[in-house]
Design a protein around this ligand. Structure first.
Ligand code: ADP
Ligand code: ZN
Length: 209
């Protein structure tokens, strides 16, 4: 099954995609993670997008589409996939339509106050990428990853200024995709404000898994 997880930053798409990927045996493809890996490895792409990510702006469509096209051509994507954070513009959705068919678009609905709370409290492991929250999902030892002992950090785009930019990019450029996919009959909206387990149950029901 080919799926898209759509929703504002902080909606929990990444957390849910990791859970669904494990249970369904399809790869979790996060464009944000791919960009962050490119930045960490100091590739040509990484150099181009570093400042864009830190400020919370969207990477231009041509770079993003090329990255996704390449990732979807790898062997593991033949069984299906979960795209997390792509498409984020109508242009990207049109480009994806020419690459592959999408079976299900899951739209995560979360109120704004909750989004701010989630993003400002988010901590991420520098080494393995595991995500924590200082209040709702704290690590056992402060600043240290439970899974690998790596150092936890605040993503540069989880600073208040960048969060504002991300939310307005979402409203202006990504939210129109809800109607775009709605008109194509492949959209299901779920309440993303509960615990990961509660959101997963709703996801499993609509995805029929
Ligand atoms: P979040 O959903 O929490 O904002 P992501 O990890 O999905 O975080 O994305 C982080 C950043 O990566 C975005 O703010 C943007 O700069 C860039 N990015 C990720 N996906 C896309 C995309 N499809 N189009 C353009 N930029 C993207
Ligand atoms: Zn870790």
């Amino acid at each position: 099954m080919n799926m898209i997880f759509l929703g504002p930053p902080g909606a929990g798409k990444g957390t849910l995609a990791a859970m669904a990927s494990k249970s369904m045996g399809v790869p979790h493809i996060s464009t944000g993670d791919l960009f962050r890996a490119a930045i960490k490895n100091e590739t040509e792409l990484g150099k181009k997008v570093k400042d864009i990510l830190a400020e919370g702006r969207l990477v231009p469509d041509d770079l993003t589409v090329a990255l996704v096209r390449e990732r979807l051509s790898l062997a593991d994507a033949a069984v299906g996939w979960i795209l997390d954070g792509f498409p984020r513009t109508i242009g990207q959705a049109e480009a994806l339509e020419a690459i592959a068919a999408v079976n299900l678009v899951v739209n995560f609905d979360v109120p704004d106050e909750k989004i701010l709370f989630r993003l400002t409290g988010r901590r991420v492991c520098k080494a393995c990428g595991k995500v924590y929250h200082v209040v709702t999902m704290p690590s056992k030892a402060e600043g240290v990853c439970d899974a690998c002992g790596g150092e936890l950090y605040v993503r540069p785009d989880d600073r208040e200024e960048a969060i504002k930019t991300r939310l307005s990019a979402y409203r202006e450029q990504t939210a129109p995709l809800i109607d775009w996919y709605g008109g194509r009959g492949s959209l299901a909206t779920i309440d993303g404000s509960g615990t990961p387990e509660a959101v997963y149950r709703e996801f499993a029901r609509i995805a029929g898994v």
